[in-house]
Design a protein around this ligand. Structure first.
Ligand SMILES: [Zn+2]
Ligand SMILES: [Zn+2]
Length: 208
């Protein structure tokens, strides 16, 4: 039975600060025989917001994990879907909006003392912590890449009126302003000002 050899060292996991909860998965029931698979479904309530400034998974949101854990020779391969609600602010009209983000994960977590663990940097391949997998850094990284830098409330958000700042979605399509083109506005200012305080030579114009 292959699990026997490692059981002594694995007792340390019991006293480790991490436990099988939240984004931390305990893989002991999976074992380490390559090819062994286990389904893992879990709903995790976020302790803090995850994401970007304008769009993020809010604190207290429920993140759905629908994963497969597969033991491979160097570690545990985690694949599957992560689904979470998002909240944000439209980068075009500045209105708050909510949505959903879905991530497809494919991530190897290397066993402690595996060849992969010893021949890679820890920012290249995630590591297991004894028998535990901590998905939180994976999800934080992946969500940061998945979410748009300039989120929109709707794909065709019309944004704000450049003249008065009203949201075009509520202003209506016939919203507009009787404002002169800025170039003409400049000329108009010149035209009204020139008779009064125009050039001092105006009165001395020999053509008058
Ligand atoms: Zn918008
Ligand atoms: Zn306007």
């Amino acid at each position: 039975m292959p699990a026997g050899s490692g059981s002594a060292s694995r007792h340390r996991a019991a006293s480790h600060r991490k436990v099988d909860a939240g984004f931390v998965l305990d893989t002991r029931s999976l074992g380490r025989r390559p090819g062994t698979m286990r389904e893992q479904q879990r709903t995790v309530t976020t302790a803090e917001r995850i994401g970007l400034d304008l769009i993020y998974i809010p604190e207290g949101a429920e993140v759905e994990l629908d994963l497969q854990l597969q033991a491979v020779s160097e570690g545990v391969l985690v694949t599957g879907m992560v689904t979470a609600p998002t909240a944000g602010e439209c980068s075009r009209c500045l209105e708050p909006f909510t949505g959903e983000v879905r991530l497809h994960l494919t991530e190897l977590f290397a066993y402690p003392d595996s060849t992969t663990e010893q021949t890679t940097e820890d920012d290249e391949v995630y590591r297991m912590d004894d028998d535990l997998i901590d998905l939180e850094p994976v999800i934080v990284d992946a969500i940061g890449l998945e979410l748009p830098l300039q989120p929109l409330c709707t794909p065709d958000c019309a944004g704000l009126c450049p003249e008065c700042g009203v949201r075009m979605a509520i202003a209506g399509s016939d919203h507009g302003h009787e404002i002169l083109d800025p170039r003409w506005a400049g000329l108009a200012k010149f035209a009204t000002e020139s008779p009064g305080d125009g050039s001092p030579d105006a009165d001395a114009d020999p053509d008058r």
